[in-house]
Design a binder for this molecule. Sequence first.
Ligand SMILES: O=C(O)C(=O)C[C@]1(C(=O)O)C=C[C@@H](O)C=C1
Length: 290
Amino acid sequence: MKHQQWEKRIAYLGPEASFTYLATKGLFPNEWLMPFTTIPDCIEAVSNDRVDFAVVPVENALEGTVTLTIDYLYHEADLYVVGEVLSKIQQHLMVNKEQVNNWQNIEGVYSHSHALAQCHKYLFYRFSSVPLNQTSSTAAAAKYVAENPDKCIAAIGNTSSAEKYGLEIVERNIHDFHFNHTRFFVLAKKNSRLPIETSEGKSKTTFMLTLPENVSGALHQVLSVFAWRRIDLSKIESRPLKTGLGDYFFIIDVLADENEPMVKGAVEELGALGCTVKSLGTYYTYLTPE
Ligand SMILES: O=C(O)C(=O)C[C@]1(C(=O)O)C=C[C@@H](O)C=C1
């Protein structure tokens, strides 16, 4: 990656040393990184012009979509995706130095809900009756454990959070499946692209759409709009519209640029079929170094 020197403010799901922080620091090593406690806080910071960009998790290979991010982008915000970061995720169990000899007897495990879920089998077999406590991020869990050295508790998170908050890793790579990656969206107010060179060639576009009501085969029609144009879909998922059972919107990622004639044609045809379509923009994928 070749970076340009900017003076930009970037919101991320903090505190420092969260996975989102590492993804953000990898993409924006010279910018002003601002931690926020929740995903909606990060998104609102862009909407309210407190920052230029926000970096938030959107999908994990083991746990699937970060539903809060997708739902908030659909229902509450009007932002664009200007880039995507893909990071390898390795989860470790960590305790206070005072508890290193006693870690097998921990009385509580703290982490982000996605991280706890990524280690479900490990926790089930090793600590089946130990309460699991959700925190706003893995780094928030590490910070909490560090602030309570007298308690025999553990956090799940990355190596950086162990270093940052002075914890000792007692068991490494406790995530249940080896292929553990998370996608992060870089969000902005304007539909643009990050001026950062990338080795990942193909651009991607994310659409959010709703189907016309009471039309049988509507989803089939939507898929055929992309299929006959040979537009490659990398994701399709439905989420509740929150207007009633059975009401959904769809998130569709296509491996193409929204300005390509075939994609423009697809969007036009979807409109003619009675769908509402919103493009979140075309963007490139950046990899964080492993
Ligand atoms: O808790 C963190 O460190 C985060 O950055 C959040 C988050 C997520 O929401 O999925 C990011 C990556 C990992 O999958 C686990 C947690």
